[in-house]
Ligand binder design. Structure first.
Ligand SMILES: Cc1ncc(COP(=O)(O)O)c(C=O)c1O
Length: 381
């Protein structure tokens, strides 16, 4: 695919390589939001059916994006922490049980488990990133697999590490969790839309993603997949719209103790958000039209030569087998100063993030070779 910069409103004076912080908005996504705001001028035109139909369309389109055969397993959530709260509420732990996470994982995929183990006498086992400069991703993956054992009840990771883009082998982890009877939940916030994910193949118990990064949607909406293990669970909130036959507004006060079937019980209250849902839907439709495989390839091609140049000048970057291209960490070689690099990047109007000991660079389809060249020019000096 070609560069899609023309679809966005990025400032030409700056170099934005920070999708992992927040993606820019496509013009069509922006318009969907404006239309959504204006819609409330005429509330008489919002039908009862509208409370369900747009979210249903979003779940169908997102299901296609992540190859989920049953769209009713996809629900709208306001945040990643909300998505994991539904999992935490339904995971029964005993003293001695273990939850496996990776080192320096995003906090929304850590705090729910910290609370859960506090209440149950179970413990969290963290697999830290190996302190090596070559073969780090491979070793990290091996250590995760070595850590999963008969005490493991849950493995909660990202499919790529949010700070440096290390790729975790979802298939191998899922196989090991199946062997020991543990749940596997994944934070896909930094990859869905930019790296192919196949729910049918991996069969996680949950895949949670915020919408405002690689999914290119607005803030405060995300999407969650919940698998069969959670079908009979209890959601974190008891909202009316998730009750069986809530479509019948005239009957709402004949309170119904049954939920909508399966995963639909986990959807956030007021999920029929008339501004955010159409924006998210438009973003997902555009991503589908590009094809996630093509977005990944675009990012790989975009960064490949520049990654080699940076490595040749002493920066430390993981091999492509174990890192993403839409998000990757650059660690400093001997004698380099992070403070000076930060100042130079700021001076050149280049937007990246700093996470842990990495410079986190996260390009996407609106970036081109000129953006990467500017970055390398400043880093190499
Ligand atoms: C990997 C990852 N997960 C989740 C989030 C956001 O979490 P929440 O939606 O709970 O604010 C971020 C934000 O940076 C993130 O990088």
């Amino acid at each position: 695919m070609n560069c899609q910069k023309h679809l966005f409103n990025l400032d030409p004076e700056l170099t934005y390589l920070n999708c992992a912080y927040m993606s820019p908005l496509m013009k069509t996504v922006e318009q969907a939001g404006i239309d959504g705001v204006l819609r409330k001028q005429k509330p008489e035109r919002v039908s009862g059916e509208d409370f369900f139909s747009e979210t249903n369309e979003l779940r169908k389109e997102y299901a296609k994006l992540v190859n989920c055969p049953d769209p009713n397993r996809i629900v709208v959530i306001p945040s990643v922490s909300y998505g994991f709260a539904n999992v935490a509420k339904n995971l029964k732990l005993n003293p001695g049980d273990e939850i496996v996470v990776v080192g320096e994982q995003f906090p929304s995929n850590v705090y729910p488990w910290r609370r859960l183990v506090q209440d149950s006498g179970a413990k969290i086992v963290t697999v830290p990133g190996p302190k090596v400069t070559t073969g780090r991703g491979k070793r990290w993956n091996e250590q995760i697999l070595e850590t999963i054992n008969s005490k493991t009840r849950l493995v909660a990771t990202g499919n790529i590490h949010w700070a440096d883009g290390t790729l975790f082998d979802m298939k191998a982890i899922r196989a090991k969790t199946h062997e020991v009877g543990a749940w596997m939940v994944i934070d896909g916030t930094q990859s869905i839309g930019a790296v192919p994910f196949d729910i049918d193949e991996i069969q996680p118990d949950a895949l949670i993603a915020a919408g405002y990064k690689s999914l290119m949607g607005p803030y405060s909406i995300g999407l969650a997949y919940y698998g069969p293990a959670l079908d009979d669970g209890v959601p974190v909130e008891e909202n009316w719209i998730n009750r069986f036959e809530s479509e019948n507004f005239a009957n709402l006060v004949n309170y119904n103790d049954s939920y909508q079937p399966g995963a639909l019980r986990y959807e956030v209250g007021e999920h029929s958000n008339f501004i955010l849902v159409p924006m998210m839907l438009e973003a997902v439709l555009v991503l589908s039209s590009w094809g996630v495989k093509n977005v990944k390839e675009y990012c790989n091609n975009l960064v490949d030569v520049y990654v080699s140049q940076l490595k040749d000048t002493g920066y430390i970057i993981e091999e492509l087998d174990y890192r993403a291209s839409n998000l990757f960490g650059i660690r400093l070689g001997d004698g380099m100063s992070m403070d000076s690099i930060k100042a130079r990047l700021q001076e050149a109007n280049i937007f990246v993030s700093y996470r842990g000991d990495s410079i986190r660079v996260s390009p996407n389809v609106y970036n081109d070779a000129a953006d990467m060249e500017k970055l390398v020019e400043v880093l190499v000096g």
